[in-house]
Design a protein around this ligand. Structure first.
Ligand code: E4P
Length: 226
């Protein structure tokens, strides 16, 4: 199982890496927009520096036509390194580009997936990750959990190295349901990760343990007792 950060915010990435078991960083043009008019490749370089070589970096193309997608992919790979995952929306042109890039051994993350059929096509075209848009699917009454379950079972049954990368989350329930339905990876906005850890009941449990300890041992830690 994997957990990725769905952000291009350097501070959030740094904080996220320090605390959470993060295996990669994903972004899209809307996520980049949230950072203001940054120098794009320079910013992506900074993310790569923060996450190191072992974690995956998923960078989305902007072009819609296959030829320009391929040129953008070449530029991304030449500037950010050959291990970069090229994130390509599963349109007809996108699929053509996925097939060509995958045949060249390029890491591809197929994105903007709303249906099982899109996921199957992207998998067959050679994508390594299928970015399934959980919350956006719910918004248009598509059963996101069912699509994830279907794709995960197909990937499992076919023994492929392609994985479901569930994305587009707005609450914790969506994330846990995606994992529970077989998504081997979820990419999550930093704020949602924090929300999960900042529940009053967690804070209260820890506080109660401390209070009980202090009643017996005072203000000492395990380092100070025999
Ligand atoms: C990540 O890979 C996706 O592009 C992202 O999670 C989409 O999120 P959104 O639906 O909030 O735009």
């Amino acid at each position: 199982m994997e957990l990725m950060l769905d952000t291009a915010n350097l501070e959030q990435i740094e904080k996220g890496l320090a605390t959470y078991p993060i295996s990669g960083v994903t972004s899209n043009p809307s996520i980049i927009k949230a950072e203001g008019k940054v120098d794009f490749f320079n910013h992506m370089h900074k993310i790569r520096e923060l996450i190191g070589d072992e974690r995956s970096l998923h960078v989305q193309v902007i072009a819609h036509d296959c030829d320009t997608i391929l040129k953008e992919a070449d530029k991304i790979l030449s500037i950010l390194g050959p291990k970069t995952f090229i994130k390509i929306p599963v349109t007809e042109d996108g699929l053509r580009a996925i097939k060509i890039l995958a045949a060249r051994g390029v890491n591809v993350t197929a994105t903007a997936i709303y249906t099982t059929m899109q996921g199957i096509l992207a998998m067959l075209a050679g994508a390594r990750y299928l970015a399934v848009y959980y919350n956006r699917m719910l918004n248009i009454d598509i059963d996101a959990a069912k699509v994830i379950k279907e794709l995960s079972s197909l990937l499992w049954a076919n023994g492929t190295s392609c994985q479901v990368l569930a994305a587009s989350f707005k609450n914790l329930k969506e994330i846990t349901t995606a994992y529970a339905n077989g998504a081997s990876c979820c990419t999550i906005p930093y704020d949602l990760l924090e929300t999960g850890m900042h529940m009053p009941s967690i804070t209260k449990a820890v506080h109660d343990f401390s209070a009980n300890w202090e009643e017996v041992y005072g203000n000492r830690t395990l380092l100070d007792v025999d």
